[in-house]
Design a protein around this ligand. Structure first.
Ligand SMILES: *Cc1c(COP(=O)(O)O)cnc(C)c1O
Length: 371
């Protein structure tokens, strides 16, 4: 299916062959144990027990794997997937390089847990400069980074890391596999939260690891079976159903982000506008070279928490909520979660509303909140 466009691939990814009388996407299979063959036991059929085996989950993994261009294992959340890769790969004495400005709970996990296991943790800003990779076991990049939207040059960094014998993983949450294909860019593994734009309906938690290397897939699979962080059948089914529209959703979200970025960049009462699609954004050159499409997420600063609250009160379309990538435009003042961002910094996630409505609503809310 690699010859098809994004819309075709998204709509067909992971679907079983057509069979008269069967649905396009089979319904969720709810099972903890399955019937066993009394003589041959679990070797007789693909399904023995629900923690390692679920057919609904396997279809979703086939779908995400097709979009990423690798083999996929899904987890109960993005955090479960990322920590699975870190813990399956890293051993005491190893050095891991993590984004200094990346997803905050991953940094907290490294500081609170990995360091306690004797792993050396080095934090590097996504935009660089990057140190030598000598002696590093794993480099985790997050690009575009959340929430700062800086971008790392994946092909260049993967080449340098591989030359030093290090593995490279890319957190593809913000980009999604339609926005960027890290395995094609040279990464050994993709980790991501499927909670955000990939599934996009703000109604489930999901994570995944994707790779072409059996040497990574096998330990991650066995880690998942032993630690048990699997998503339930219903969430897998909902995620797969939602995946069919990811091309359409992202197209509108990106169009909205472009319209909103232009609005914000033209207002003297808004500072620090970041969107990798703005030609004068520091992320623009690398994003233009390695990304297939731009995210629906942008960042800006309204100066102080009270103005952010007034803006959210005045807006009819922008919901105050964390997370991003959903159907509904939402804004999150990150400092309220303890992120090391400025007090007035807002991460805005564009939904699928009409661009003209969103721009009109935000213009009115910015005007009202400035008063
Ligand atoms: C949300 C997020 C995660 C964690 O995903 P959950 O599904 O919330 O566990 C990891 N990385 C990035 C970049 C994220 O935005």
């Amino acid at each position: 299916m690699s010859q098809w466009g994004d819309g075709t691939r998204s709509a067909h990814a992971g679907l079983p062959p057509a069979q008269p009388g069967q649905p396009f996407l089979p319904g969720p299979v709810f099972a903890a144990p399955y019937h066993l063959d009394p003589r041959q036991g679990p070797g007789a059929a693909p399904n023995g027990y629900g923690r390692p085996d679920n057919p609904t989950r396997r279809l979703l993994e086939a779908a995400i794997g097709e979009l990423e261009g690798g083999d996929c294992r899904v987890f109960a959340s993005g955090q479960a997937a990322i920590t699975a890769l870190l813990l399956a790969v890293l051993r005491p004495g190893d050095t891991v390089l993590l984004p200094a400005d990346g997803y905050y709970p991953v940094r907290a996990f490294a500081t609170e847990t990995l360091k306690g296991f004797g792993v050396h943790v080095t934090f590097v800003p996504t935009a660089g400069p990057y140190p030598s990779f000598d002696g590093v076991r794993l480099v985790l990049l997050e690009t575009p980074s959340n929430p700062g939207l800086d971008v790392a040059d994946v092909p260049a960094l993967a080449a340098a890391a591989h030359a030093a014998g290090a593995l490279v993983a890319v957190d593809n949450t913000t980009a999604t596999p339609l926005g960027q294909r890290p395995l094609d860019l040279g990464a050994d593994a993709v980790v991501a939260s499927g909670t955000k734009a990939l599934t996009g309906h703000s109604d489930l938690l999901l994570g995944y690891v994707a790779t072409r290397a059996a040497g990574l897939l096998d330990p991650v699979t066995s880690w998942r079976t032993m630690t048990g962080g699997v998503p339930g059948a219903f969430d897998c089914w909902l995620a797969h159903r939602s995946l069919a529209t990811v091309d359409l959703r992202l197209a509108r979200q990106t169009a909205n982000a472009e319209a909103v970025a232009r609005l914000l960049a033209g207002r003297p009462d808004v500072t620090g506008v970041r969107w990798p699609g703005l030609p004068d954004d520091p992320s623009y050159p690398v994003a233009a070279a390695q990304m297939r499409r731009l995210p629906g997420v942008l960042g800006f600063d309204l100066g102080d928490p009270d103005r952010v609250a007034r803006f959210l009160d005045a807006s009819r379309l922008v919901a105050a909520a964390t997370s991003f990538g959903g159907l509904h435009t939402s804004a999150d003042r990150r400092a309220q979660w303890g992120d090391d961002t400025t007090p007035g910094f807002v991460r805005l996630s564009c939904g699928i509303e009409d661009p003209a409505d969103l721009v009109a609503d935000m213009t009115a809310a910015l005007d009202a909140s400035a008063a």
